[in-house]
Design a protein around this ligand. Structure first.
Ligand code: ZN
Ligand code: ZN
Length: 133
């Protein structure tokens, strides 16, 4: 599939990347229908977010259609139209239970297009899909 790939400060390309696939039972795969570019993406492209490594698919705000769900996803099924949140939530850790999803310590928080591949691509893996769409 194609994705918008960060290549280091000031460098980006629309490139062939590995297909998005289920990696955890709580994941869903969406076909990306629309995305935004926000100021955070511009900061990444400017080299201001050093934890984003070259090769990362950018993007953390999308509307898409579910094409596949992991075995532990209960509330979504193929064909559902979803908004993928820029913040993923495990729903289990102390911070999620207090509603502070951005501070998630269970593997969520702001990870899309940051520490995992994001949504500026044909398809995207959405972690903790029940709580992150
Ligand atoms: Zn943003
Ligand atoms: Zn959490």
């Amino acid at each position: 599939m194609k994705g918008l790939v960060y290549g280091g400060s000031g460098i980006r390309s629309w490139a062939d990347v590995a297909d998005a696939r289920i990696q955890d039972p709580r994941d869903a795969i969406i076909r990306v229908d629309a995305v935004t570019i926000c100021g955070t993406d511009l900061h990444i492209l400017g080299g201001d977010v050093p934890e984003v490594e070259a090769g990362r698919v950018l993007g953390h705000e999308a509307v898409g259609t579910v094409v596949e769900t992991g075995g532990a996803v209960a509330g979504l099924r193929a064909g559902d139209r979803v908004l993928a949140s820029c913040i993923s939530a495990c729903g289990i850790c102390r911070y999620c239970r207090e509603g502070a999803y951005g501070q998630c310590r269970g593997g969520g928080g702001w990870i899309l297009g940051h520490t995992i591949d994001g949504v500026q691509s044909e398809y995207a893996r959405i972690p903790f899909a029940d709580l992150s769409t």
